[in-house]
Design a protein around this ligand. Structure first.
Ligand SMILES: O=C1O[C@H](COP(=O)(O)O)[C@@H](O)[C@H](O)[C@H]1O
Length: 256
């Protein structure tokens, strides 16, 4: 197995979501044949929600023993628990509320109305991660980590030219004055993300083509955070044709 980056191209965002959903279901069943629990990291982007909806509507959905799956989030918006902008709320509505999964397997970040400060919430999520550590010290073994990418190259809530991208110790940090609203957020750090066995990046749309091209051409990760992301076993960029227009031909995996 190689840990080189691969790019898989689908015709459009619907085909992209269906393809990721099908691969996720197959891979999760396979992983559960090999291991007792699987840890999945979710993201909050638009493609991600289509993927979760596609998993939910798949006839293969119930082939997964969801009681042995744990869900985490790469980042979260610091808003009240019932705010429509919360990444966990979107994922619950798209999939998690519809599957037979124990509540304790769904690891949401604290919300802004939890009584914690933003910094306390970052520490609390880091502690929850550490309590489930079976990979690196302080982290669960992330089997599959989903990530989105903004047109500026941000991933999770790691934005360009910001100190959070350089964090080397903490697994979770608070983000203030985010260039994308809401201004306050919580995010896994780069080294926490890169501890993942598999990273599946989900990208749709022409507005992300330039930054994807830059990332794959080796841009500095401080300027293009997604460029610094690499899983231990595999990093796959699942993209649609519109987003793939600046991907070097030799990086595109053949489709059969
Ligand atoms: O704000 C966020 O944006 C990114 C990308 O979202 P997209 O809709 O442009 O794909 C997302 O991955 C992240 O989780 C979210 O908090």
């Amino acid at each position: 197995m190689t840990n080189e980056r691969r790019v898989l191209v689908s015709a459009d965002s619907d085909a992209l979501a269906a393809s990721i959903a099908a691969r996720f279901l197959t891979k999760t069943v396979d992983l559960l044949d090999e291991t007792e629990f699987v840890n999945i990291v979710l993201e909050g982007g638009r493609v991600a929600m289509k993927v979760l909806e596609s998993i939910n509507s798949s006839p293969a959905r119930d082939s997964v023993d969801w009681s042995r799956v744990h869900f985490w989030w790469g980042d979260e918006r610091w808003v009240p628990a019932d705010d429509a902008e919360r990444n966990d709320g979107k994922a619950r509505r798209a999939l998690l509320d519809h599957i037979d999964i124990p509540a304790e397997n769904v690891h949401s970040y604290p919300a802004s109305d939890s009584g914690m400060t933003l910094d306390e919430a970052a520490l609390a999520y880091a502690q929850t991660l550490a309590d489930h550590s079976n990979g690196d010290a302080g982290l669960p073994r992330f089997d599959i980590t989903f990530l989105g990418v903004g047109p500026d190259g941000h991933t999770a809530s790691l934005f360009p030219d910001r100190q959070e991208v350089l964090e080397r110790e903490a697994t979770v940090v608070a983000v203030r004055n985010s260039p994308k609203p809401p201004a306050e957020r919580l995010t896994l750090t780069r080294h926490a993300i890169n501890s993942s066995h598999r990273i599946w990046v989900e990208i749709s749309g022409a507005d992300k083509a330039a930054v994807l091209g830059l990332a794959l051409a080796g841009a500095a990760y401080t300027e293009v955070p997604i460029a610094g992301i690499k899983g231990r076993k595999r990093t796959v960029f699942f993209v649609d044709r519109a987003a793939a227009s600046e991907v070097p031909e030799n990086l595109i995996a053949p489709t059969y």
